[in-house]
Design a protein around this ligand. Structure first.
Ligand code: BTN
Length: 267
């Protein structure tokens, strides 16, 4: 894997926080040069409710993880690797996950000729049909109640050949799509701002989140194939439920909801 000179746009907690207009997310910002997984660091801080809104960034993870037990790899300084502690009130897990997907897609926005970043349920963020970011929401037990950690990985400076051979057809970075060099500090600030906004919206109205999610979804209105508990289902995606998951009108008849915990999107 090619590594970059990380002094070019090194993440700096003061620059990320300067005049940040957020109420909750990014109230405190930590940046690690290297850590196992920002989700693990955030989980340690999350046991103390005073750390609600803490944002943990890292230039490098030695044990980054993705959904369904997968690994999340990135060269040093190539990505935004960030985890947010939510130790106060949080919306239902699925609605939280939808709100975070909307926030990450909006933070990335359009990139060069690639249209606005889109959402592939449950939590992949896509640019021009390729995955540019992923989100891992983990629920944890704490001393004074449970809390959540929202982990986000956004590919920024990777070149096409930075990705492992088997990922090159399906993964991309903002630099590749925009033909320019992403300013990670600005992106980190937009990310915290968008997360703060959409978490607040989600606390008040699931409808607003669902409406924006629907505009950004690559699957809504499309034919979709899902694997649920090892069984393949095909149909048209007709909606999303804030608590229960993706809604499909099945080719075999009837309408059925699929929850993210037991479902993967078929290749
Ligand atoms: C996925 O698409 O599978 C989710 C990927 C989530 C990766 C991020 S990187 C920051 C945080 N720390 C981790 O170990 N994982 C998340």
């Amino acid at each position: 894997m090619v590594t970059r000179d990380t002094t070019v746009d090194r993440l700096d907690p003061d620059q990320i926080s300067a005049n940040l207009k957020t109420k909750r997310v990014g109230r405190k910002v930590l940046v690690y040069r290297s850590t196992s997984s920002t989700n693990d660091v955030a989980a340690r801080y999350g046991r103390n409710r005073e750390n609600d809104g803490l944002a943990v960034f890292a230039e490098e993870q030695t044990a980054g993880r993705g959904r369904a037990g997968s690994r999340w790899q990135s060269g040093k300084g190539d990505s935004i690797l960030c985890s947010i502690v939510l130790a106060g009130s949080v919306p239902h897990h699925h609605l939280l996950s939808l709100a975070c997907a909307v926030a990450v897609a909006e933070a990335i926005g359009p990139a060069g000729a690639a249209r606005h970043a889109k959402i592939k349920w449950p939590n992949d963020i896509m640019l021009d049909g390729k995955k540019v970011a992923g989100i891992l929401v983990e629920s944890k037990a704490g001393r004074d109640g449970g809390f959540c950690v929202v982990g986000i990985g956004i590919n920024c400076h990777q070149r096409a050949d930075s990705f492992a051979q088997e990922l090159r057809e399906i993964a991309t970075s903002i630099d590749v799509e925009s033909h320019s060099t992403t300013d990670r500090i600005s992106l980190a600030r937009r990310l915290l701002t968008c997360l703060d906004h959409w978490l607040e919206v989600a606390q008040k109205s699931s409808k607003e989140v669902i409406d924006r999610w629907s505009e950004l979804s690559v699957q809504l209105g499309q034919r979709t194939a899902l694997i649920f508990n090892g069984v393949k289902f095909t149909g048209h995606c007709v909606g999303i439920d804030p608590e229960k998951g993706l809604i499909l009108r099945l080719d075999s008849g009837g309408v059925r909801m699929f929850d993210a915990a037991h479902t993967t999107v078929a290749k």
